[in-house]
Design a protein around this ligand. Sequence first.
Ligand code: FAD
Length: 383
Amino acid sequence: MTRQVVVLGAGIVGTAIAEQLSRRPGCAVTVVDQRGPDTLPGSTGHAPGFVGILSDEPTLVELALASVEIYQKLQSGFDPLGAVELATSPTGAERLAARAEAAVAAGIPAILIDPADAAALAPRMVPHQGIEAALHLPWDGAAHAKVITAALAERAAAAGARFVFGNPVTAIEIRGERIVGVQVGDEQLQADDVVIACGIWGPAVSALAGVDLPLVPVVHAYIYSAAHAATRQPSPLIRWPEHNVYTRDDGTRYGLGTSNHAPLIAHDLTHRAELPWPGGDLDDAVTAALNLLPAEHRWSPNEHLGGVLSITPDKAPLLGPLGQLDGLWSAEAIWVTHAAGAAKALVAQMFGEPSTIASLAPARFAGSSPEALRRQATARYRA
Ligand SMILES: Cc1cc2nc3c(=O)[nH]c(=O)nc-3n(C[C@H](O)[C@H](O)[C@H](O)COP(=O)(O)OP(=O)(O)OC[C@H]3O[C@@H](n4cnc5c(N)ncnc54)[C@H](O)[C@@H]3O)c2cc1C
């Protein structure tokens, strides 16, 4: 019998899930998104695509490695630029040394390098003074989220997945203890499984099934410089973990992100994962971040992006069965860094294969009040 799966959301996560499902014999896949076919207004369309493989959570390391493997096979999906993490204090240097050890234990190359060598790798971004330690992570890089999403959508469609654009899901149909379908515009779609991959809109969609998702949409500060006079080689990714700052030169312009500001919950979501630049605290964070750059290469923001992304109580994805309903799945709060690997692991779990993602199941938060979880998530924005 054909298994009908409806994926809600066609950002990088929903699309990657559709592509994985479309490889499964006997599975009919429909992807629903309120967006149009040629726009990516969700977080995916705003992500500069920094991929940092190392994490304190081993499952996330596995998902990042699996994702990079998939992105590298897509044309122009991934640039293996490497990353350099910088410490400006003895405590920061100790933390980098610990990260180097953790990376090696996880089988990821990581080399503590001389600050002068770090400056040589990215002379316009790494200052010659004030750096205590530097860690080179050669496997990190930049994922081209829009390219990846388009390529995976094309593959999924070629394998038979149906994409329904232009209408939001307005109801999730339940019979007894199981999911039986969704309502999209005038169309009622039957479903044995429904996967929620709606990013920052996930809580509103899971509420249609009466299930709470402990996810908070927050505004994240990202700025771009004006275009360079001439295109250059893209730089390695540069991070200041102590300052919650990261930056890169993509060859055409600089970009810089900082979460060194008080968490700002995005209460009034539109259909775009972006709010007007709020200024204030975010301006201060951006100014402080730019001051980390070498004085002679400091630039002024030409574009401010108040992008909206998802935070959870432990900063990890909500990946796996959702609530008590048979056939309801969550693929939420997943970065570009982990998207394709998460899709592969979730689909394996849906088809009864041994789960590698049990630690990411939304059920880990069962028993806590939604308000407490939201407070906990908001507090983790900067941490
Ligand atoms: C400024 C910024 C910088 C970032 N930087 C990075 C980075 O460097 N590295 C990294 O790994 N990640 C980064 N991220 C995070 C990353 O972009 C997201 O985690 C990822 O794109 C989420 O993908 P998604 O498919 O879950 O969500 P989205 O891309 O938001 O897709 C969700 C989709 O659901 C659809 N939808 C919503 N509601 C409904 C409904 N009711 N019915 C039908 N469809 C619906 C939306 O239209 C949308 O297309 C960044 C995010 C932002 C905003």
